[in-house]
Design a protein around this ligand. Structure first.
Ligand SMILES: N[C@@H](CCC(=O)O)C(=O)O
Length: 281
């Protein structure tokens, strides 16, 4: 595939994407810690969940999204999605001529610093990839890692069923093997899961440290922006939201989860799919 060359500029937006509302937990950290950056958020809500997709499918989606973001003039892309980071990051980094950051390495490093008996909850695809386990063990060879795939979480969170006894029962069940393993640290290995924090805080013993990889990702972003001379110093940043599914539904759920309302614009799947075809010829 040919690389598309483009000169990034400081005032360009940072593209942030996920399958749905999960990446908003990353967006929240970026807004808090890099408040002068303009952002472009894309939620692939027509194709959520990503967690049971094959690597071939995910690579196609991720290539389409990054190509589309390049067309929007972004200066950096942030995969606010662990599943994409686990299965597609390395490949697309070699294909695109722009900084692309994933969330797993920063999360794994933070976990390795925080504890020794580490539980990672994630999508099934992320768990099967062993990406967290490998990255944690690289950072701390003495660590022990337990990974649990939690396929029911994303559909429940996309419907904002957080304060729901069913979700509580599901969460208790997923955490059981980790409690039995006596973990000291729990990693939210899917960006949707920090939305569950109010529920998790009720279920988890307070002695367990909880790692939200987005916090370390934002530090990595800051370093990368400085290194590339791409920090935005303009004072009036803005945020654009786009989804491949229903913009009204996304605006409603994101408003409930984040506490602010936003204008959400549609990007049709045929536009995205066309980009992948154009790239491969
Ligand atoms: N936000 C997700 C994607 C989840 C999904 O769509 O299954 C992640 O971090 O992996």
């Amino acid at each position: 595939m040919a690389k598309i060359l483009q000169m990034p500029i400081q005032t360009g937006k940072i593209g942030v994407f996920d399958s749905g509302v999960g990446g908003l937990t990353v967006l929240r950290e970026i807004m808090a810690h890099l408040p002068t950056e303009s952002l472009l958020y894309f939620g692939d809500t027509a194709r959520v969940p990503y967690g049971d997709r094959s690597q071939t499918e995910l690579l196609r989606f991720v290539r389409e999204i990054i190509t589309w973001m390049q067309g929007q003039g972004v200066k950096m892309v942030v995969m606010a999605c662990n599943t994409s980071s686990a299965l597609a990051l390395e490949t697309v980094r070699a294909e695109f001529d722009m900084p692309i950051l994933g969330i797993i390495l920063p999360g794994a490093r933070a976990a390795a610093k925080a504890g020794r008996r580490i539980g990672v909850i994630s999508t099934v695809a992320t768990a099967n990839s062993n990406a967290y386990k490998q990255a944690i063990l690289e950072a701390s060879p003495v660590a022990e890692v337990w990974q649990v795939g939690c396929p029911d979480f994303v559909p429940l969170i996309e419907k904002n069923r957080i304060d729901d006894p069913y979700t509580r029962a599901v969460a208790t069940d997923y955490l059981k093997p980790l409690m039995a393993a006596n973990i000291d640290t729990l990693v939210y290995g899917c960006t949707h899961y920090p939305h569950l924090a109010p529920l998790m805080e009720q279920i988890l013993p307070p002695s367990i440290k909880v790692i939200n990889p987005a916090q370390s990702l934002v530090s990595a972003m800051a370093k990368e922006l400085d290194m590339l001379g791409l920090r935005n110093t303009q004072s009036k940043p803005d945020i654009d939201f786009y989804v491949s599914g229903d913009p009204i539904k996304f605006a409603k759920v994101s408003g409930q989860l984040m506490g602010f309302s936003s204008q959400v614009q549609p990007v049709s799947l045929s536009v995205l799919e066309g980009l992948a075809i154009a790239q491969s010829v």
